[in-house]
Design a protein around this ligand. Structure first.
Ligand code: TMP
Length: 210
């Protein structure tokens, strides 16, 4: 049995990631594949316990390093309990955010040294990386407008201010530029169906799936 493929979606606030994760998961499932849909922070029972500590409450609730360690703690649990076992049994995993989010939010936008983020990832997960990462890109004001329409309490990062979100967007684009084989940037300002087709094209050309 060959290992499944690990596909992640990344991007700033309001890029429509969750919708695209859902659409891709149903497409692959309907094509008869074994697919696990999951998300970060969270995705396993203990990591879901950590999630509200990170995504709710005051923007300055955590120091940048404590926040980074909590994202990594949640990721170790998620990887060991859910993602790795699924890939090992041959299922494909579609994940809403993974370690590129830590690099973009905590380093590019949050100011932690990128080398520290990379080293923490290595200590926590060795050389684990997705087979394909879809980076959904949208103008900051459009993304924040869309995110504000959601009615939930998970607004801690949305409230971080315009400059943070500009650094974040450029961070994701830079990550994609540095890893062009793994990452595919898709214009998230397009209608949902067109974004979905671009994602499927990417899966076909990069992984031979879809
Ligand atoms: P979500 O809104 O996509 O569910 O993600 C939750 C929030 O957590 C989002 O504002 C981005 C943030 N985040 C980080 O800052 N670093 C990380 O490593 C991850 C996974 C998420």
């Amino acid at each position: 049995m060959s290992r499944g493929r690990f596909i992640t979606f990344e991007g700033g606030e309001g890029t429509g990631k969750s919708t695209q994760v859902r659409l891709l998961t149903s497409y692959l499932t309907q094509s008869g594949m074994d697919v696990v849909q999951t998300r970060e922070p969270g995705g396993s029972p203990s990591a879901e316990d950590i999630r509200p500590l990170l995504v709710t409450g005051a923007a300055d609730r955590w120091s940048p390093m404590a926040e980074t360690l909590l994202f990594n703690a949640a990721r170790v649990e998620h990887w060991r309990q859910v993602i790795d076992p699924a890939l090992a049994r041959g299922a494909h995993v579609v994940c809403d955010r993974f370690s590129d989010s830590t690099m973009a939010y905590q380093a590019y936008a949050g100011g932690i040294d990128p080398k520290v983020i990379a080293e923490l990832h290595r200590l926590a997960l060795d050389d684990v990386e997705p087979d394909l990462t879809i980076v959904l890109d949208i103008a900051v004001e459009d993304g924040l407008r869309r995110a504000a329409m959601r009615r939930d309490s998970e607004t801690r990062f949305e409230r971080k201010g315009r400059e943070f979100h500009e650094r974040l967007r450029q961070g994701f684009l830079d990550i994609a530029r540095r890893a062009p084989k793994r990452c595919l940037v898709v214009d998230a300002g397009l209608p949902i169906e067109r974004v979905h087709s671009a994602v499927l094209d990417g899966l076909k050309s990069r992984l031979g799936l879809a």
